[in-house]
Design a protein around this ligand. Structure first.
Ligand code: GLN
Length: 214
């Protein structure tokens, strides 16, 4: 099976994600319209500006179809702004900014400073093996709270920076920029054989999913 990975391409750092998946043997398709979501086995929400992406998700008509696919268990990888878009709660966002509430995190936008404060560091990620993962942080969101079902895969400065809940994986940094394919490769494994789909937030009886049950 050659998985087809949709890369949300409304704005931001989507091209390097698409390259990373192509190099790993997957098919990468850029997603700008709802019909381009059809047939994708996994989705990436890249870094960029979550406020702009939120607006473009609405104007493109993609927000609701993506929310539906996430509720159905579509594996998703959100990096930086993508992490903000997937979080249950966003602090210091624009008041009209929307998120999918797919992972039980409270994230604070730009909490590691402005562009000039962007930084790189080596992370210990036991799940990826003994070699550290070189992580590039660009005006990254900071995790202020992680719910009990969130698996923390890596932390920096005592805060989670790589985390997973069910089929939702998020990174506060830009894994597509360090030339290390291990996070993309791990995500592809998740697409091929999801490990804990029952743990995902969208599988829980939240208000949004309750409507579908009625
Ligand atoms: N600061 C951006 C936001 O709030 C995220 C930055 C990034 O994705 N590199 O959306």
């Amino acid at each position: 099976m050659r998985p087809r990975i949709g890369v949300l391409a409304l704005q931001g750092a989507f091209a390097a994600h698409a390259r990373a998946f192509t190099e790993l043997g997957a098919e990468a398709v850029e997603v700008r319209r709802p019909d381009q979501l059809e047939g994708v086995d996994g989705l990436v929400m890249p870094g960029g500006e979550s406020t702009t992406m939120s607006m473009l998700l609405e104007s493109s008509g993609l927000f609701d179809p993506i929310a539906k696919r996430l509720a159905d268990g579509l594996p998703v990888l959100g990096t930086c702004a993508g992490m903000i878009l997937l979080a249950a709660e966003v602090v210091d966002g624009r008041p009209d900014q929307r998120s999918f509430g797919a992972i039980d995190l409270t994230v604070r936008r730009n909490a590691y400073g402005r562009q000039v404060d962007s930084f790189e560091t080596d992370l210990d990620v036991p799940e990826l093996g003994p070699a550290p993962f070189h992580a590039v942080f660009i005006r990254a969101p900071r995790v202020d709270r992680a719910g009990p079902d969130v698996e923390v895969l890596a932390s920096w400065d005592d805060r989670p920076v790589l985390a997973r809940q069910g089929t939702v994986t998020v990174a506060a940094f830009h894994p597509e920029l360090s030339g290390d394919p291990r996070i993309h490769s791990r995500f592809l494994e998740e697409v091929i054989a999801p490990r804990n789909p029952e743990k995902r937030l969208s599988a829980m009886p939240l208000a949004s999913s309750r409507e579908e049950v009625v």
